[in-house]
Design a protein around this ligand. Structure first.
Ligand SMILES: Nc1ncnc2c1ncn2[C@@H]1O[C@H](COP(=O)(O)OP(=O)(O)OP(=O)(O)O)[C@@H](O)[C@H]1O
Length: 236
């Protein structure tokens, strides 16, 4: 199992007490599949991503990433695991204004120590995979919002991660571009065998995902489709 969370509980300090952000969460994401997490604001979705990314250590439970039990890892080993095995796509692309699309990707992988020419080749291959082969030398202000999000996704894949964590990738996009970005994420998940977790508010495209789970007050329920508004009953 590429990403595996077992009985994960996370609390934050809250006044005199503690607030439970994740409550006995179970999550298994096999390689090459995409799980969408939906749920209301404040229900714990971002906390789940932060724990899966090993950025936050839960109070209890197991977090296994690429067959490594993260509880056994020191800080340096965790940082290496993040760099080598985990790709993160944030809501806002956070691209560096002065760099071209290809450079955004290359700078990400620079620390890996691979030769510059090899990094450039990989950056161009990924930009091609996200449909931006002809935009490699554009800077962020010369790209549309959807194109910037594609650069963001390609950048997260630069180190060939086995786990891809995606936070609200379509929130800044219109319906059509949002759907195209989700299609792209499904394709990349299959092609690159990533275990992908996607947090989304957007219920419109859940049928494209392999699995859906709903977060409610820190508890994750699998398989349940989020409540849709009831269909209008035609007047008799
Ligand atoms: N660093 C923190 N310290 C204290 N409380 C926090 C912290 N981060 C999140 N929380 C609280 O934990 C709960 C879960 O927050 P989280 O950000 O995981 O929810 P979310 O489902 O991602 O929300 P949204 O959809 O609005 O981004 C919320 O009640 C939030 O206020």
């Amino acid at each position: 199992m590429t990403l595996f969370l077992h009985d994960v509980t996370l609390t934050y300090p809250d006044g005199d007490g503690r607030l439970t952000a994740l409550d006995a969460v179970e999550l298994e994401v096999p390689a090459g599949t995409l799980t969408a997490i939906v749920g209301p604001s404040g229900s714990g979705k971002s906390s789940l991503l932060a724990v899966a990314a090993t950025l936050v250590t839960p109070d209890s439970g197991r977090v296994v990433v690429a067959d490594r039990d993260t509880a056994r890892l020191g800080a340096a080993e965790k940082a290496a695991l993040r760099r080598e095995e985990i790709g993160i796509v944030f809501q806002q692309p956070n691209l560096l204004a002065s760099l071209t699309a290809a450079e955004q990707l290359q700078v990400m992988a620079h620390l890996s120590g691979r030769p510059a020419r090899q990094l450039r080749r990989r950056a161009l291959e990924l930009l091609d995979a996200v449909g931006l082969a002809d935009k490699a030398d554009r800077r962020p202000h010369q790209l549309s919002g959807g194109q910037r999000q594609r650069v963001n996704i390609a950048r997260a894949l630069m180190n060939e991660p086995s786990v891809l964590l995606v936070d609200e990738p379509t929130s800044a996009l219109d319906h059509e571009r949002g759907a195209a970005v989700l299609d792209l994420l499904v394709t990349l998940t299959r092609e690159r065998s990533t275990a992908t977790v996607l947090v989304t508010h957007d219920h419109a495209h859940l049928d494209r995902m392999d699995r859906t789970a709903t977060m409610t007050d820190g508890r994750l329920t699998h398989g349940a489709r989020p409540a849709e508004p009831p269909a209008a009953v035609p007047a008799a």
